[in-house]
Design a protein around this ligand. Structure first.
Ligand code: BGC
Length: 758
């Protein structure tokens, strides 16, 4: 009794203490919010209209990533413009000293002393280059992806960059589009999870810390659906597809607290995204309550003239401002035309004030008003950049990004006592191409080449013979003889082939996504020798590797892996790391299948045959005459040096209500001789609904480590949200009926069982 009273007393004291602490915390937060508002209000009150427009003008430093307008050429006097308050920030510049200098001009020599945003396209690492985003997505390892983004943020912050134009979260289903490399693939669930992980990684818990930076989520929206996979091309899609497929990763980034957004170049339903009020004002701001800053893409305000929706720069400026585009990147319309547009009443000053408020808020949240020089510290720069820890993080994610596509004859892993190794291909000794696209500040000298990686591993005991064989850009096969000669002398042939950095990325669409022609011929010539052979393919996009059909070399899909390329590849080749990557995009059999993605609709004539019809026969079903419908390697696919066995799916119960859950489980066993990791994937199919639904949708995954011989039961909880979609009337929710839950190793798994939503 007494004890009870004492414990009650303790609880009461504890509650009072907790409440007091809570109240103090709330008060502190309120105080800092008020201080911020006060600061911004007082600044706004002091600003001239021209200074306000200056805060909305974002200007390139050294590295051009788009066509330079006439206006840009005449605006080279960056320092003077900063002094006059005509520039909110500079992007694609670097170096702590240089940035401190610019910052000093802004803070000490401009009338209001407003610090600069320093932006940059740090898409996959600053100096320590991590794998291209599509490669990192293949790791299906959210913690590793977050850590990689945090590494990037720390290096950026050390050099003075406080805003990265990443993550790029565009869904991409057409490998012709060069920018598939910058995103995380074809699936809304996976891309959303990665979007949130990256925002957390860049921004950390405190944007004002000196090792975190602001994220800019791009490109809003639909950019990945460019017709024919041709960059900047027209996009047209139903609202249903937009909301179900293309918008979710952006929403996930908003929910993760992303500070800024960037508009896309494409039109959507007849209106370029930069002038699309439905997208920004309605969906982003009203429905999702996004409070951050929205910027245009490079000259995308000006480009509304070319799109044909604005007759002149005035119209384009008014269109963009009225559609919620706060900041002008490289059109120079907000600095030149916007003041007049406000004076003429074509743009309400309230919109300009709101945009400036959002800009100043970002600067405040970054801690720039407290200490404009906290980013860009030469001492930290020297310590942090390319540090041992950063290289270790880059190596970890690089190993996790590689996907083992084929290993029929168990050529891999190689024995470390192998005597003669032939290493052939244009990516064998090359360094800089391994940084991939969008690695402006990464240097070739900091990359471990494939040859170096292999030498580091077995160089002391093995004879490593290297031949380039051919180049990327021509059909010259004069190096083939030398390549064949070294292959003849070898016990194992390793080919390092693929795309150069500029073959993917912005403006790098390809209508033929095979290996560059000379390299494909080289691979075929070596394959014909019948030697044990491993192909290490490096690429920014899924390639058409159909030449592999009925051929048995072992194949690693390596993407562009960055600074630690050679070490990562060697770890996989010689079994010091067991491959655990899985494809985030389908690899087609032919470019003619594009766009291709696993979460397609059934259609009324879904082909279920065996592709054995004689050529004379016409099959009135949805299929090609000359190629299967299925990809060569499906979404979610990847092998390991061990094998995994899945049990059938089981449920805790076979019926649920909308307020209830069902748990689906499998037992998975490592049936091979090595320990390894498997990505257990969980898909749902809604069997009948008021509108057509995809044949499968990823709804969860777990990356699990299993020792040889070990079994684990893996479960996925299914609730009403898991089963919800945009119904016929476009409301979000579920519909009663049968669903199939699939749990397996990739999107083509047939390991499914049906349950009922009552
Ligand atoms: C790209 C953006 C990039 C911007 C700034 C544009 O051309 O589309 O993704 O952030 O340039 O470099």
């Amino acid at each position: 009794m007494f004890k009870l009273k004492i414990s009650h007393f303790i609880v009461v004291i504890f509650c009072i203490a907790a409440c007091t602490k809570q109240t103090v915390l709330v008060k502190n937060v309120e105080k800092s919010i008020t201080a911020k508002q006060e600061k911004i209000k007082s600044l706004l009150a002091k600003m001239t209209l021209e200074e306000k427009c200056g805060q909305l003008n974002f200007v390139v430093g050294e590295i051009l990533t788009g066509p330079a307008l006439q206006e840009a050429k005449s605006s080279v006097d960056l320092e003077n413009q900063i002094r006059k308050g005509q520039i909110t920030g500079v992007f694609n510049t670097n170096g702590a000293k240089n940035i401190q200098h610019l910052q000093e001009i802004a803070v000490k020599q401009s009338r209001l002393g407003i610090p600069l945003l320093i932006g940059a396209d740090i898409i996959h690492g600053y100096k320590t280059v991590t794998p291209v985003p599509l490669g990192e997505a293949a790791s299906w390892d959210l913690a590793a992806i977050e850590k990689s983004a945090a590494l990037t943020a720390a290096e950026c912050a050390a050099t003075g960059i406080n805003l990265t134009f990443a993550p790029m979260v565009d869904i991409a289903r057409d490998a012709r589009w060069g920018r598939v490399v910058e995103g995380s693939g074809e699936d809304p669930y996976l891309v959303s999870a990665i979007a949130a992980a990256k925002v957390r990684g860049y921004q950390g818990k405190n944007l004002a810390a000196d090792n975190t930076i602001a994220a800019c989520v791009k490109h809003f929206v639909g950019y990945g659906a460019a017709e024919s996979g041709r960059d900047y091309n027209t996009v047209d899609m139903s609202e249903r597809r937009l909301r179900e497929v293309y918008l979710p990763p952006f929403k996930a980034a908003v929910d993760a607290g992303a500070a800024t957004f960037m508009n896309s170049f494409n039109e959507l339903d007849g209106m370029p995204a930069t002038g699309n009020t439905l997208m920004v004002n309605q969906i982003l701001r009203k429905e999702w309550q996004f409070k951050g800053l929205v910027m245009s893409d490079w000259a995308s305000i000006q480009e509304m003239l070319a799109h044909g929706v604005a007759a002149d720069r005035n119209e384009a400026g008014a269109l963009a401002m009225n559609a919620g585009c706060d900041m002008d990147m490289m059109s120079f319309i907000y600095i030149k035309e916007l003041p007049e547009l406000v004076k003429q009443g074509k743009v309400n000053i309230k919109l300009v004030d709101d945009a400036v408020r959002r800009t100043l808020t970002l600067k405040y949240d970054l801690g720039l008003f407290d200490n404009p020089f906290q980013y860009g510290n030469p001492a930290t720069e020297a310590k942090v950049i390319l540090s041992k820890e950063n290289r270790a993080t880059a190596l970890d994610i690089a190993r996790k990004s590689i996907v083992l596509l084929q290993n029929e004859k168990n050529i891999l892993p190689l024995s470390k006592s192998v005597k003669n190794i032939a290493l052939i291909g244009p990516l064998a000794e090359n360094k800089v191409e391994h940084n991939g696209c969008w690695a402006f500040f990464g240097e070739g000298k900091d990359v471990v080449s494939v040859a170096e990686g292999i030498k580091n591993k077995v160089g002391a005991s093995a004879n490593i013979m290297v031949a380039q064989g051919c180049d990327f850009y021509n059909n010259d096969n004069s190096g083939f003889d030398e390549a064949i000669k070294v292959a003849q002398k070898a016990d194992i042939v390793i080919l390092a082939v693929g795309e150069s950095a500029v073959m993917s990325g912005e403006g790098a669409s390809r209508s033929d996504i095979r290996l560059p022609a000379a390299q494909e011929s080289l691979v075929k010539a070596i394959m014909a020798m019948g030697k044990p052979m491993v192909i290490c393919a490096f690429h920014g996009r899924p390639l058409d590797l159909s030449f592999l059909e009925n051929q048995s070399p072992s194949v690693l899909a390596c993407w562009s892996l960055g600074s630690e390329t050679g070490n990562a590849v060697a770890d996989l080749l010689f079994g010091d790391y067991n491959p655990s990557g899985r494809l985030p995009m389908s690899f087609p059999r032919s470019v003619g299948q594009l766009p291709i993605y696993y979460n397609q609709k059934s259609t009324g004539r879904f082909y279920q045959g065996n592709y054995n019809e004689p050529p004379s026969e016409r099959v009135y079903q949805s299929r090609y005459r000359d190629v299967k419908n299925t990809p060569l390697f499906p979404f979610g696919y990847g092998l390991s040096y061990t094998t995994f066995k899945y049990s059938e799916v089981s449920f805790d119960k076979t019926e649920m209500t909308q307020n209830d859950t069902v748990t689906a489980s499998v037992t998975i066993t490592n049936t091979g001789k090595r320990d390894g990791e498997e990505v257990v994937q969980f898909y749902i199919r809604d069997m009948v609904s008021s509108v057509t639904r995809p044949v499968k949708e990823l709804k969860g995954f777990q990356k699990v480590f299993l020792k040889s011989g070990e079994s684990k039961t893996i479960s996925f909880k299914i609730d009403n949200e898991t089963l919800s979609f945009y119904r016929k009337d476009m409301t979000w929710g579920s519909e009663k009926g049968a669903f199939t839950a699939f749990i397996g190793a990739h999107a083509e798994t047939t390991n499914g069982k049906t349950f009922l939503l009552k």
